[in-house]
Design a protein around this ligand. Structure first.
Ligand code: AMP
Ligand code: ZN
Ligand code: FE
Ligand code: FE
Length: 281
């Protein structure tokens, strides 16, 4: 089985890529995709620590925003790491995340939360992608909240007065970038309504047109009804259905391998990339 959506401390997970590989091996996964937010930063370390017999699928969870302001996450897997348009887009998003964080911190300061940008950056490993979970960790260190969950529930959720989005291209643009780089595009947790507004089933038409390859159906943040609906959508557009954990180490309750993708479905996805890019030790 394959877990096609995991995070390391190259973004907002808490395990290093090496620890993540070791844990995936320990739970008996045939392969994992490393999908840190808007970065390829953990790829080298993951490759260097790959265990014999395991497959490593290198990727990224790319931030998108629809024209009506809905946040969407697109998993790009098996793309060319040298593709400049894709790398430029990720760099622009990462850069924008810093100014956005400064503005969220300023809003928290106005409301009496004494926290600095240095406090937030202290929670981020070198060259990692900065995100709200690092702010949550800084708020925990300052004893304003006890957990990331509490930080998001009380202060950092998408409808909070402290929330500010960062630059993101549209889902269609990101799908085209991933496809242009030879990879496969899978929309992550499309109906995870806990995080804020979600897209409609109708919006799959434009994404399918842009080349969408897969949809993450089995994910902890989807109800059984939502999974059934997404499964129908996948059949309608002939796209692959995946399952994945969205593991973040200690940063979330999600357990590595709690949802998975079969070998057969993974092979259907892999066949849609322009080259064989799965790494094997
Ligand atoms: P950002 O990328 O800065 O907008 O932050 C979004 C990230 O926060 C997502 O990748 C989620 O994994 C994480 N996140 C969202 N809600 C929660 C939560 N309730 N607890 C822990 N992490 C969360
Ligand atoms: Zn995350
Ligand atoms: Fe996500
Ligand atoms: Fe994720």
């Amino acid at each position: 089985m394959f877990d096609l959506h995991t995070h390391s401390n190259a973004s907002d997970g808490t395990d290093s890529p090496a620890e993540l590989i070791n844990k995936a091996h320990a739970v008996g996964l045939a392969g994992i995709a490393l999908t840190d937010h808007d970065t390829l930063h953990g790829w080298t370390e993951a490759m260097d620590h790959l265990r014999p017999g395991m497959s490593l699928i290198l990727g990224s969870e790319i931030s998108c925003q629809t024209t009506d302001g809905i946040s969407v996450h697109m998993l790009g897997l098996l793309f060319d790491a040298q593709n400049q348009p894709l790398l430029d887009t990720l760099a622009k998003t990462r850069e924008n995340r810093i100014g956005r964080m400064e503005r969220i911190v300023a809003r928290l300061n106005e409301a009496g939360y004494e926290i600095t940008m240095q406090d937030v950056l202290a929670q981020l490993s070198d060259d990692g992608t900065l995100g709200r979970p690092h702010l949550a960790d800084a708020l925990i260190a300052k004893k304003f909240v006890a957990s990331r969950e509490e930080a998001f529930e009380k202060l950092l959720h998408n409808d909070s007065k402290f929330y500010i989005p960062h630059y993101s291209p549209t889902p269609e643009e990101v799908i085209k970038l991933i496809k242009g780089a030879g990879g496969v595009a899978i929309i992550a947790h499309p109906f995870a309504s806990l995080r804020g507004r979600i897209i409609s089933t109708e919006s799959f038409a434009g994404m399918a047109e842009a080349g969408l390859d897969g949809v993450e159906v089995s994910h902890r943040d989807h109800t059984l009804e939502q999974r059934a609906l997404l499964s129908d959508v996948a059949k309608q557009y002939d796209i692959v259905q995946t399952g994945a954990s969205d593991y973040h180490g200690n940063g979330k309750l999600n357990l590595l391998g709690e949802f998975t993708t079969s070998q057969q479905d993974f092979e259907r996805l892999e066949a849609r990339a322009d080259q064989r890019r799965v790494v094997r030790a």
